[in-house]
Design a protein around this ligand. Structure first.
Ligand SMILES: Cc1ncc(C[n+]2csc(CCOP(=O)(O)OP(=O)(O)O)c2C)c(N)n1
Ligand SMILES: [Mg+2]
Length: 331
């Protein structure tokens, strides 16, 4: 990944930069709070934090339009916040409360929003990839110009169902962007230990799917690549692969022995490549914001996140009769 220095490109406004800063910071602070609540025993089950990867979803959401869809894995809180889902509903779901997106019955990995076109939250590695192509199939059928962002990890990229999906998506020219969030690890397995060729963006070549690698610690690079991929899909040219090179700072999930990488490796990334610091520098160097402006945003975000934790704690657990609801769709 190239070093980043200097001013923002001229075509990016101060308002846009500020929005990306705010959106990424919301995810970072929300995830930190979720980590705290987990430590206090308020979150049960699995919880996979997105800290470090914020520029991926914020950059791609900047390239999306109303009505576009998104679907992802279990590392999903950032995707939900970036597409505008309510932090209160997400935090309440994490803590298993009735005010959560799945009425407290889904938890971290299983949330959905029809309103925001967010189709989950999937715990089976790679399972969302064919589902994402299915969403795109429905859009193609309806000829509505919509695009589906189908996110999955570097580990998931080695799954068989991904390639069955690539074949069908290319055959039917589906408007789907396969977003490989390459954070270099699948649980405790480094990519070089599990993957025969490191360039995951070339994985569509056999199916005639174009792909490119993107610096996932640079929100502007992600946005630019996203816009290109979206234009490709909307023009009816079929699927597109974005391999977004990113990094997770925290463990795979809340229980992670952290023996597969050094502290120094993580520290170096945080210090030299942090996506939020990057935009902060652009804002300050370009004189688009003062330290005081940024402090005010930090304060505002903290208040939103604290309010979500309060909302979650005050929301009751689902009553027992909720066990029998939301099992089948109403015909
Ligand atoms: C089919 C299946 N196999 C194994 C697992 C256990 N598992 C959960 S996450 C994970 C690693 C996936 O890594 P990656 O796709 O890189 O995503 P990341 O966690 O890095 O976001 C594994 C093996 C699972 N959930 N589903
Ligand atoms: Mg990974």
């Amino acid at each position: 990944m190239a070093a980043r220095k200097g001013a923002a490109p001229a075509n990016i406004s101060a308002d846009e930069l500020t929005k990306y800063y705010r959106d990424m910071l919301l995810i970072r602070r929300f995830e930190e709070k979720a980590g705290q609540l987990y430590g206090m025993g308020l979150i049960g089950g699995f919880c996979h934090l997105y800290i470090g990867q914020e520029a991926v979803v914020v950059g791609l959401e900047a390239a999306a339009e109303e009505g576009d869809k998104r679907i992802t894995s279990y590392r999903d809180h950032g995707h939900m916040l970036a597409c505008g889902m309510d932090p209160n509903g997400v935090m309440a779901e994490l803590t298993g409360r009735i005010g959560g997106y799945s009425k407290g019955k889904g938890g971290s990995m299983h949330m959905f929003s029809k309103e925001k076109h967010f189709y989950g939250g999937h715990g089976i590695v790679g399972a969302q990839v064919p589902l994402g192509a299915g969403l795109a199939f429905s859009d193609k059928y309806k000829d509505n110009g919509r695009v589906t962002f189908t996110y999955f990890g570097d580990g998931a990229a080695n799954q068989g169902q991904v390639y069955e999906t690539f074949n069908m998506a290319a055959l039917w020219q589906l408007p789907v962007i396969f977003v490989i969030e390459n954070n270099q690890y699948a649980m405790g397995t480094a990519q070089f230990r599990s993957t025969s060729t490191p360039d995951l963006h070339t994985r569509g070549t056999a199916f005639g799917i174009k792909g490119e690698a993107v610096d996932g610690m640079d929100v502007l690079a992600v946005k630019a690549a996203g816009e290109k991929a979206v234009a490709h899909c909307r023009a009816g040219k079929g699927p597109y692969i974005l391999e977004i090179k990113t990094y997770r700072y925290r463990g795979h999930s809340m229980s992670d022995p952290a023996k597969y990488r050094t502290r120094e490796e993580v520290q170096k990334m945080r210090e030299e490549r942090d996506p939020i610091d990057h935009v902060r520098d652009l804002l300050l160097q370009g004189k688009h914001a003062t330290e005081e402006d940024l402090k005010a945003i930090d304060k505002e975000i903290k208040a939103v996140v604290n309010a979500s934790a309060d909302f979650a704690r005050e929301s009751p657990e689902p009553p027992l009769d909720e066990l029998w609801t939301d099992i089948y769709a109403d015909a």
